[in-house]
Design a binder for this molecule. Sequence first.
Ligand code: GLP
Length: 259
Amino acid sequence: MQVLIRANYEEMSKEAARYVSSEMRKKVKFVLGLATGSTPLGLYKELIRMHKEEGLDFENVTTFNLDEYYGLSPTHEQSYSYFMWENLFKHVNIKKENVHIPDGMAKDVEKFCEEYEHMIKEAGGIDLQVLGIGSDGHIAFNEPLSSLGSRTRLKTLTQQTIEDNARFFENKDEVPRYAITMGVGTVFEAHKCILLASSHSKADVIAKAIEGPVAAYITASAMQLHRDTIVVLDEGAAAELKRKDYYRYVDKMVKEFNK
Ligand code: GLP
């Protein structure tokens, strides 16, 4: 795992966009895993800018989103589908048929989840998965005690997640109680992962996920078992890391080595 610490949210987002775009440019048919939440918004803005100004091409990109609230239709303004179209897809040349987001209205949830897993496999797996982290340590919507081998399924959200996400809804009661989410096992089958975290509010959970034990209690900690994960943080999110200086030193040494 490589930990990159950048001065602020903007620098974190630019670093992430440089990485994502350079990976996209390496392969003709690229499979990109995407996340929602406020953290990747800066990354998506930068990718849109790169598309408009630098020809970053989404024509042959296939995407899979991590999760979706159960019970929200894609037209609901708080659905992750709506979020993705508003904040990325409608601004780039991606083909509608190449976009995959779990169906929050699926009638047969189990069958849908199996199909979602199948579609990822059919696409050749995810080349690069973008991740955020919830304040309770979740990746996607894999709440504490989700099996580290879990697959796409329905999950019950914690009260903490409901409260964190209430800011996007009129009130807390409107936040769905369930979500369809890729499992921890599904997520970390991606060939590469990039996890972003910003602000002091994530400092504690980031330190646990990176430097704490691998535990189902903090599902993001499973990234320690993944062989190609980059974590990009701003100073706030990095504040509680014990080996911060070493991660900075590695960052510098890697750059020097690659000169
Ligand atoms: C939701 C999403 C996660 C995301 C998390 C953090 O719970 N399911 O994928 O990482 O929010 O959101 P934010 O970036 O707004 O802190």
